[in-house]
Design a protein around this ligand. Structure first.
Ligand SMILES: Cc1cc2nc3c(=O)[nH]c(=O)nc-3n(C[C@H](O)[C@H](O)[C@H](O)COP(=O)(O)OP(=O)(O)OC[C@H]3O[C@@H](n4cnc5c(N)ncnc54)[C@H](O)[C@@H]3O)c2cc1C
Length: 421
């Protein structure tokens, strides 16, 4: 009697395609497969789905949080089964996962799309400082805190304004500096620019990974008197004293402490623990996929999309869009016993917003070569690219990408460049 109760307590489900994570990658893929008639289960714990690229504009007071979110049930196709739970363990040998409720889901194919985890605890004092509504420590990187950024900006009267990028992979590595430029423009408009010492303290050895855009951004920082401190990694915040400590990455055991009037932190990030501890991850915890086919290197019925994968490119929604078409065709081919012919070229894009009406639209591939959609120089600060970022890309996201129709701008680029790129 007792053992019968025990057996029936947990649910066992089967599906052709299991999608773990219903963020940008998971929802787009669910739509693609649903349209194609596949039997899909999506495992996603959150009631709300967020379009995170808007977070930068929310931080700058240009959009509201409600414009960046929609209920998960409205962005998933009706024919998929949404299970509101988390994966607790991957069992790739048994083609199954268990959830935190103890249920089991068996699959023929699995797509892992669980994004990145924010490791607040890697910086002493960070979480407390963010939770304290009166502190001048903020971050655009979470829906929990993004609205605080604009409040901190509005309260700024003068002093050091410090913006950080940590010593870990992050999603949208351009976002930590977009808010620097927005803030600088904000102060100019308020007539407070001469009261501020603006610093961008980054762990990276250069301001941006792609030379063309790095050159333009360096010029911009010089012109607008923004100090860029390379190879500095934030390790400690004392928010009651408004002091913060950085380790100097090129000088072992050396640190530097600075006072601040405003501190915008990009938290360190890593893949969710469940992936790190599984057999699916590489040595640093990312889903170990072939960077071209996006198929797992060992388990051929497992694919990955987006931030949680080992693909050596900048982690963005733009990358997810380009990956989605490759994964769709490769999984369908695999189901039909055919080779994986589609290859992902590393395409990613970073709209580097440089103020309240300008943007440098960086687009590039695995080789860090620019791969620009439009037949003009996107390395310039352009109003048109700002409009694209602020007004057009959100429409494409909600109405085209999440419906499974957007594969990135490759075909537009080919037309505009008459097939030469
Ligand atoms: C401030 C900021 C600015 C950005 N700016 C841009 C930009 O301008 N352009 C751009 O293209 N990109 C930008 N991005 C990056 C972009 O949002 C991400 O790269 C993109 O959302 C990645 O999609 P994903 O599906 O991999 O992860 P996510 O969209 O983060 O989704 C991951 C999902 O997995 C779920 N999950 C986590 N753990 C589990 C589990 N154990 N079981 C089941 N589900 C789980 C989560 O709940 C989440 O819904 C920005 C991001 C931020 C934060």
């Amino acid at each position: 009697m007792f053992s019968n109760y025990f057996i029936s307590r947990y649910i066992h489900r089967n599906c052709q395609i299991l999608i773990v994570g219903g963020g940008s990658g998971g929802c787009s893929m669910a739509s693609k497969f649903a349209k194609n008639g596949q039997n899909v289960i999506v495992l996603e714990p959150n009631e709300m789905h967020y379009y995170q690229p808007l977070f930068t504009l929310i931080g700058g007071g240009m959009k509201t949080l409600s414009q960046a979110r929609r209920p998960t049930k409205t962005v998933l196709p009706k024919s998929t089964t949404w299970i509101k739970d988390k994966v607790n363990a991957f069992n790739p040998e048994g083609n199954s996962v268990t959830t935190t409720n103890g249920d089991t889901i068996n699959y023929d194919y699995m797509l892992v799309a669980i994004g990145l985890h924010l490791d607040y605890d890697k910086i002493t004092g960070l979480k407390e400082a963010l939770d304290d509504q009166y502190s001048s420590v903020c971050t655009n990187y979470s829906s929990d805190f993004v609205e605080k950024t604009y409040k901190v900006m509005q309260n700024f009267k003068g002093g050091n304004a410090i913006f950080t990028l940590p010593n870990s992979p992050v999603k949208c590595p351009g976002a930590p500096q977009k808010i620097v430029y927005i803030f600088e423009d904000f102060l100019r408009k308020k007539g407070l620019r001469d009261k501020a010492n603006i610093m961008y303290n980054t762990s990276t050895p250069a301001i941006f990974g792609v030379k063309k855009y790095a050159n333009r951004l360096e010029q911009l920082c010089r012109r607008r008197n923004i100090t860029v401190n390379l190879r500095q990694n934030l390790i400690n915040i004392n928010s009651s004293k408004n002091e913060t400590t950085f380790e100097l990455l090129d000088e072992p055991n050396k640190t530097i402490t600075m006072e601040f009037s405003m501190l915008h932190v990009t938290p360190p990030m890593s893949p969710p623990e469940v992936l790190k501890k599984s057999k699916l991850s590489n040595s640093i915890g990312f889903l170990d996929v072939d960077q071209f086919t996006l198929c797992h290197k060992e388990y051929k019925n497992i694919f990955g999309i987006g931030d949680c994968t080992s693909c050596p490119t900048s982690k963005t929604v733009a990358a997810v869009a380009a990956q989605s078409n490759v994964i769709f065709h490769n999984i369908i081919n695999s189901i039909n016993g055919k080779p994986l012919l589609k290859k992902y070229d590393g395409y990613t894009s970073c709209p580097l917003v440089t103020g309240y009406n300008k943007c440098i639209l960086a687009e590039f591939d695995y080789q860090l070569n620019p791969l620009e959609t439009f037949p003009f120089d996107q390395g310039n600060e352009l109003k048109s690219m700002f409009r694209l970022k602020k007004d057009i890309l959100p429409i494409i996201y909600w109405n085209v990408m999440l419906k499974g129709y957007w594969n990135g701008p490759e075909s537009i680029r080919k037309i505009l460049h008459l097939g030469t790129q």
